[in-house]
Design a protein around this ligand. Structure first.
Ligand code: ADP
Ligand code: UDP
Length: 239
């Protein structure tokens, strides 16, 4: 499958057409941004890790009954995916307080919730991805009631699976962001990526951060953290 015209260049990936109108190629970059593009940088090797990690996790999720856009890994940085029309909602699931949750509600990071939380934000860079609830999403016609139910159901399934998977790797899944899309026939599938860019992942013993917070907060050791989390996954899968 060959890359044709570039459709889009985002902050972390480029998206290309292919000769099949139903399929796209995504190409993962090392570019990193935070705080809605205000902080810019590069994380050497990130594109390779995010591509390979996302593909492995999506393949596992397919087996758990969560449909995804993943089709085939083409190279270190490139993957063939099903073309979707992205539902403009960022779905965030949290197991432990961190980041904007801790800030918004004035609590410390690291509070373990009795049950996971779900929140949506409107995927709109100009507006800074504002938080909204499902009623707002319906009012704005971002998705139908049925789609929102499916998205919630899949998101919690993803959490149940990934939480248990990362625990087996000695890693705590703190929170993460998902994006969903519609195939040509309207079927909702998980799209975009699942990577250390989009998840908070803490070492289970030391609570060391093994994700993009090292970049956001200038903690150093960013490349090493990405390499370490990928190694945990590969070691797990090799067992
Ligand atoms: P951003 O747009 O936030 O800068 P990226 O750099 O990751 O993000 O760009 C990838 C873009 O491709 C995102 O807008 C994402 O929603 C979109 N996308 C992800 N998967 C698919 C897919 N299967 N079909 C169409 N678009 C997709
Ligand atoms: N997240 C993301 N993209 C976004 C916003 C958040 O991938 O545009 C992820 C982030 O990596 C974290 C989770 O979603 O794992 C929750 O992020 P939070 O709302 O705490 O926001 P942040 O601290 O990133 O501003």
């Amino acid at each position: 499958m060959e890359k044709l015209e570039q459709l889009y260049e985002g902050k972390a990936k480029k998206v290309f057409k292919t000769d099949d109108p139903q399929l796209l190629i995504v190409d993962y970059k090392d570019d990193a941004t935070a705080f809605n593009g205000l902080k810019k940088g590069s994380i050497a090797g990130k594109g390779v890790i995010n591509n390979q990690m996302s593909n492995r996790l999506m393949a596992k999720l397919e087996k758990q009954g969560v449909p995804t856009h993943f089709v085939q890994e083409l190279s270190e940085r490139e993957t063939l995916v099903k073309k979707v029309s992205i539902v403009p909602l960022e779905v965030i699931i949290r197991n432990i307080s961190a980041g904007s949750f801790a800030k918004r509600y004035g609590v410390e990071e690291g509070i373990v919730f009795d049950a996971p939380t779900i929140e949506f934000s409107y995927k709109n860079d100009e507006l800074g991805d504002p938080l909204l609830n499902s009623y707002h999403a319906l009012a704005l016609k971002l998705a139908t009631p049925q789609e929102i139910e499916i998205i919630k159901d899949y998101s919690f399934k993803v959490n149940d699976f990934l939480k248990a998977f990362w625990a087996e790797c000695g890693v705590i899944l703190v929170d993460f962001k998902l994006e969903f899309g519609r195939l040509a026939d309207g079927t909702i599938v998980l799209a975009d990526e699942i990577s250390p860019d989009t998840c908070r992942l803490w070492d289970a013993k030391t609570h060391e951060k093994l994700d993009k917070d090292r970049f956001r907060r200038d903690l150093g050791g960013v490349e090493d953290a990405y390499a370490e989390i990928m190694k945990r996954l590969l070691d797990h899968d090799a067992q």
